[in-house]
Design a protein around this ligand. Structure first.
Ligand code: FES
Length: 563
């Protein structure tokens, strides 16, 4: 085995380079017999104190190391860029591709034969998978797990679905500022990612369903002692993958992606996963398209009763049986011959799984939503697609015509949304533009547009909202996102004016601007040039603007896609 190891070139040669490489390991206390003729296993760690979701990963990395050593290999932990949703400007999405480059190049550049990548917060999992897909060595993804449930005044809270819900109640005057403030220390009670069916949970569950993690890795709470044992087993198993030369591409076939998309729909997961899955597929020879999402959504019931579409939290989901118990209920929709990094076939994993709480993991006869968790819309307002999370929307608006109220940017919206003179009703449609991949500098999660205070005061909690932004997976409402092409580059969203009628038809999967083509041509010719963003003049900003793709291609850089 050792002759074939990549690390052998670094540590096995009797020359000056070999001397330097071995002495670099010995400088850290590794003895000769742990350096020569052993597989070297990388542990790519996204620990960061700027990412509270990943703040426990140093501990987890230590347990991976124990597993690696127990299996007869030597661990080399290294840091990679970590992206958090809370502390990063302008958006974590702006830097997702940079993180994927970091991971790819570190995997390729270091003397490692396999790698365990520790992930957590929203962008860290897709960036890790994108980088690993391009590097293509034996790889296991180890998510950090969800945070404990929020607990406030006897109520279980999910972040940040309930922060948003109570924010609206605060604005409507139904709770006091003091009460709202007291929620700050009660919503996140441990490290770990947001404990609803948000982007981090969704991407972790998709990774598990695609076979990239050990069973239970997506849902086991971050601070559960069993997660440390799971980290240990991940460390042991990566050594087996190296011995058997099982590369990461083994989990990136179309059938794995199909399993991932079924999981996204069955858990009522985040719309962001669509962009990430398209980006991951773009790193491989596998073809998936927006049409695949619509088709699978049409056949897949929402069975995980998780916020924001349902009422429970990730901790409940794990105790009920997790991803494998969920998938067992829709076995007929899956490619059960696919393998996991554990070496087991999906069908064997499903056979061993059990549903311990049918209120949390439903059967199709008692689904949270019969089907169609997420829909892709196309039409004159979104020629290359738009996305709506049907499971978290109000049914009465899913086939709707309304008058647009247009805002050019986030500041204009926040300055005017609570104006008592705003001409808006429950049937209006709020439009926000310049929030796409380029216009919004990383497609911010600003699509959860606020409800005007005058409507909140009347008890209205949802109206149709449209933008080229993304939305946090923790958010909810009748919200249409990812309008492509984005307005900044002249997509039809740039032509909408206040008072125009917009038609949303979920039945037909369409989104149309009901304005005569002649008028639209006139508007196009008199379109104002969008404000220049000086961040794009140099450095990463320049690279980003020159090479970023639109949402229907996963917002990856064009030069990173597989040739
Ligand atoms: Fe990190 Fe939600 S803020 S997963």
């Amino acid at each position: 085995m050792s002759k074939e190891l990549k690390s052998k070139k670094w540590f096995g040669e009797k020359n000056l380079e070999g001397f330097l490489h071995r002495s670099g390991m010995k400088a850290q206390g590794w003895p000769e017999n742990m350096i020569k003729d052993k597989p070297m296993i990388g542990i790519a760690n996204t620990f960061s104190e700027a990412v509270h979701c990943n703040s426990h990963l140093r501990i987890l990395a230590d347990h991976v190391k124990k597993g690696v050593i127990a299996a007869g290999a030597t661990p080399i932990e290294f840091p990679v860029i970590s992206l958090g949703e809370f502390f990063l400007s302008p958006t974590s999405m702006y830097l997702r591709n940079q993180m994927s480059i970091d991971i790819e190049e570190m995997i390729k550049g270091l003397p490692i034969d396999g790698v365990v990548i520790l992930t957590g917060c929203d962008k860290t999992t897709p960036a890790a998978i994108m980088g690993a897909a391009s590097a293509n060595i034996p790889t296991i993804i180890l998510p950090g797990g969800p945070s404990l449930k929020g607990n406030w005044k006897g109520e279980e809270l999910g972040s940040c679905t309930d922060c948003r819900r109570y924010w609206n109640e605060l604005r409507a005057g139904n709770i006091s500022q003091e009460d709202y403030d007291s929620m700050e220390e009660s919503i996140y009670r441990s490290p770990g990612f947001c404990m609803v069916s948000g982007t981090a949970s969704t991407m972790a569950c998709i990774s598990e369903a695609m076979g990239m993690t050990l069973v239970g890795a997506a849902t086991l709470p971050a601070v559960d002692s069993r997660r440390m044992a799971l980290a240990n087993r991940s460390g042991q198993q990566i050594v087996n993958l190296v011995k058997n030369n099982v590369k990461f591409e083994n989990f990136l076939h179309r059938k794995n992606f199909i399993n991932g998309i079924v999981t996204l729909m069955a858990m009522g997961g985040s719309t962001n996963a669509i962009i990430h899955l398209l980006a991951i597929a773009g790193r491989t020879k596998t073809k998936i398209s927006l049409d695949d999402f619509n088709q699978i959504s049409e056949n897949t019931p929402v069975l995980a009763n998780l916020k924001p579409a349902g009422s429970k939290l990730m901790e409940d989901f794990h105790y009920a049986g997790g991803v494998s118990a969920l998938l067992k209920n829709i076995r007929h929709l899956l490619n059960i011959e696919t393998e996991s990094v554990s070496g087991e076939k999906l069908k064997d994993i499903l056979d061993q799984s059990e549903n311990f709480d049918q209120e949390v993991i439903r059967y199709p006869s008692n689904a949270v939503n019969d089907k169609g968790s997420i829909a892709i819309l196309k039409g004159s307002l979104a020629p290359d697609g738009a996305v709506i999370k049907v499971a978290a929307a109000s049914k009465k608006f899913l086939n709707h015509i309304g008058k647009a109220i247009v805002f050019d940017n986030a500041k204009e919206l926040s300055d005017n949304i609570d104006d008592p003179n705003l001409d808006i009703s429950e049937d209006s449609i709020i439009v926000l533009r310049n929030q796409g991949p380029i216009g919004g500098q990383g497609m911010p999660e600003s699509g959860f547009l606020p409800i005007p205070k005058k409507l909140l005061d009347k008890g209205i909690r949802d109206i149709v909202r449209i933008s080229d932004a993304r939305m946090s997976g923790t958010a909810y409402g009748t919200i249409i996102l990812h309008i492509t092409p984005e307005s900044y580059i002249g997509g039809p969203l740039s032509l909408v004016k206040t008072g125009d009628k917009i038609k949303l038809s979920l039945d037909n999967k369409t989104l149309d601007l009901l304005v005569d083509n002649k008028i639209l041509s006139e508007r196009k010719s008199s379109l104002k040039v969008t404000e220049h963003n000086s961040e794009y003049d140099r450095g990463y900003g320049w690279l980003y603007k020159e090479h970023i793709l639109q949402a229907d291609q996963g917002c990856d850089f064009d030069f990173l896609r597989a040739k």
